[in-house]
Design a protein around this ligand. Structure first.
Ligand SMILES: Cc1cc2nc3c(=O)[nH]c(=O)nc-3n(C[C@H](O)[C@H](O)[C@H](O)COP(=O)(O)OP(=O)(O)OC[C@H]3O[C@@H](n4cnc5c(N)ncnc54)[C@H](O)[C@@H]3O)c2cc1C
Length: 582
């Protein structure tokens, strides 16, 4: 497939300046938290003062004219037939945003914004399809108001008013949902408000003995870490969206951070939850573990704003790691690399990093042009050197034919405490942070650049991967002419991996986002056919509902529906995600 190979090389050139060096991911976010502490990343008074309403991140951090020109000319040189016309984001004033249908009553009015750009910015999340719809001026339903509670009582008042006035309430953290989680994609209800929790952003208490912290749910990642710095503690939950997502959003979506094993999901770090629902406040006990029946926290973890508003959580904290070791191993054979990864996942070594990139992914995002798959293996500890664990990991790599072209890196923070911002690691960090901005720029030129993710058992992976690869090739051939599917494992478990796929294709502007929807639908059907999860950590939202409805057992759906009706009798909380009210 000559043209595909060319495209691959082109994409490689596009992205090679931003290698997906997952080893440094945690350090990237540590750096951001550090910048925040120095006042470069302030979250007050509102992040929406400087965030883009239509795309990722800060408006003033979008790609520069030079960056854009370089991106476009590289795509053009390999895809001369592709229509790469630039599409400017529309002026909000031209979009015909309708006047609010409802307004919060007087006591809540002072917490509410009816500003058009504020409302637009809360109308969608940050998936590729959100960005494209915004760019095309397809704004859908826009919240009538953005309400920013300053206390739990404010939230209770909002829910009381909304329940009596048939107003839908969409809890909003950072709005980084990639599954239609914050979008009012429904026609009923007299009105809809976006409940933006950014004012609830404090660390309220630190229990040094048990090593846990009580945190308000609306805090953004960097601000959260900044507040734990004086205690030399860290939550160490670093999703790629860390800078523009919140603790409440992480808990409500079962987000996954940089740990490839053991503490993969935010759930693993949650000790107890406080949740406000229209029916009352639920506060679970702080417990390290409990055998007292089904867990109340489990009901709300992943509840996506449909069962209540998470206001606070006690979270398990850690000391900052001192010892680190990591290596990138190359495998000529992807299936041997999968085997090595499985053996490491089942070894009890629990590496902090164990990410396998297939050859295409390694080429695109790590600049490896030899056709090798790459396994990035890393260990970290605050308590002890990690050499013994690391050496055993290396043995497994070698046993499956892996090689290590570059020497392993061992570091002891005590030796080089101030060294984090130096050299290539620092330039990688800034490149990594640029990735979502570059995705938006490519979307402005009609490119399809999106990801999807899943989890499956090891025994089922090969067949699933083969059918996904074949389906992607066939579907992209028919829809866009051609395209690329890349694969990496973001997280691994003793019984299976969480594969994460990238889709890259030249789209047709007039047919976006339908082209992406068609590709995504075909691939989601394959996940369902192979009984893989429709999501490992991106959540269900509105986009994954058709497949989630097939994935969950019927009796469980009935119980979830009963929970919804009990906690939210008027059916106002985030209608359409997870479960229907009636
Ligand atoms: C560039 C990019 C990178 C990403 N990387 C990752 C990644 O590495 N790992 C990962 O897991 N995800 C990732 N995501 C997806 C997204 O960041 C996560 O789903 C994140 O957890 C959402 O947090 P948020 O604060 O932005 O929540 P929002 O997007 O505001 O909301 C998400 C859902 O949670 C609900 N919700 C929000 N706050 C509350 C609350 N306090 N109480 C009740 N419900 C609430 C909302 O109603 C909605 O249903 C990424 C997204 C983007 C755009």
């Amino acid at each position: 497939m000559q043209r595909g190979d060319d495209l691959l090389t082109s994409m490689c050139l596009l992205w090679v300046t931003s290698p997906y060096n997952v080893v440094a991911l945690n350090e990237t976010w540590e750096l951001l938290a550090h910048r925040s502490a120095r006042g470069h990343c302030a979250m007050a008074p509102s992040v929406h003062a400087y965030r883009s309403w239509w795309g990722w991140g800060r408006s003033d951090a979008a790609v520069t004219a030079g960056e854009r020109e370089a991106l476009v000319s590289r795509v053009h040189s390999l895809l001369p037939d592709a229509d790469l016309t630039f599409h400017e984001a529309p002026e909000p004033s031209t979009l015909g945003v309708v006047k609010p249908a409802v307004a919060p009553p007087t006591p809540l009015a002072k917490l509410s914004s009816m500003d058009v750009i504020d409302r637009l910015a809360h109308a969608r999340g940050k998936a590729y399809r959100d960005v494209v719809c915004n760019l095309k001026g397809d704004i859908g339903r826009v919240p009538d108001a953005v309400v920013r509670p300053a206390s739990e009582q404010d939230i209770i008042d909002v829910l009381d008013w909304a329940s009596s006035a048939d107003v839908a309430v969409i809890p909003y953290g950072g709005g980084s949902s990639v599954v239609g989680g914050v979008e009012p994609r429904f026609e009923d209800h007299a009105g809809v408000v976006s409940l933006d929790l950014e004012r609830l952003n404090r660390v309220l208490e630190v229990d040094r003995v048990s090593r846990a912290g009580l945190i308000e749910a609306g805090v953004y990642g960097p601000h959260l870490e900044e507040q734990f710095k004086p205690y030399a503690l860290t939550l160490r939950h670093f999703p790629q969206s860390f800078e523009f997502s919140t603790l409440g959003g992480w808990l409500a979506t079962c987000s996954s951070g940089h740990y490839a094993t053991l503490y993969t999901h935010i759930d693993d770090l949650c000790e107890s939850l406080r949740v406000v629902s229209p029916s009352g406040v639920s506060q679970s006990r702080r417990l390290p573990a409990s055998g007292a029946g089904p867990s109340p926290d489990r009901l709300f973890l992943g509840s996506e704003g449909a069962l209540g508003v998470i206001t606070q959580a006690w979270m398990r904290l850690q000391q900052r790691p001192r010892w680190r070791a990591h290596v990138s191993a190359h495998f000529a054979d992807f299936s041997a690399a999968v085997q090595a990864t499985r053996i490491i996942a089942q070894s009890g070594l629990y590496p902090s990093n164990c990410r396998l990139l297939d050859a295409t992914e390694a080429m695109l995002n790590a600049g490896v042009r030899t056709g090798a798959s790459v396994l990035v293996l890393g260990f970290e500890s605050a308590d002890h050197p990690v050499t013994a664990w690391f050496e055993r990991g290396l043995e497994i790599i070698h046993a499956y034919g892996g090689t290590t072209p570059n020497p392993p890196t061992h570091s002891d923070a005590a030796d080089a405490p101030g060294d984090r911002e130096a050299g290539s690691a620092a330039s990688w960090r800034s490149a990594f942070i640029r990735m979502p901005y570059q995705r938006d720029a490519l979307a402005q030129h009609g490119m399809i650049v999106e990801t999807f993710e899943t989890s499956t058992t090891w025994d089922a992976f090969d067949a699933l991967h083969a059918e996904l690869t074949a389906t992607a090739s066939r579907v992209m051939q028919s829809i866009t002419g051609f395209g690329l599917l890349t694969c990496r494992f973001t997280h691994v478990y003793p019984d299976g991996p969480a594969p994460y796929y990238g889709v890259y294709a030249p789209g047709h502007w007039n047919s976006l986002p339908q082209q992406w929807d068609d590709i995504k639908r075909a691939l989601s059907d394959v996940l369902n056919k192979h009984r893989a999860s429709i999501t490992h950590h991106h959540a269900v939202g509105r986009d994954h509902r058709p497949w989630y409805d097939q994935q969950r057992p019927d009796p469980f759906a009935a119980v979830l529906g009963a929970a919804k009706r009990t906690l939210d009798p008027a059916g106002i909380l985030n209608p359409g995600v997870l479960i229907d009210a009636m």
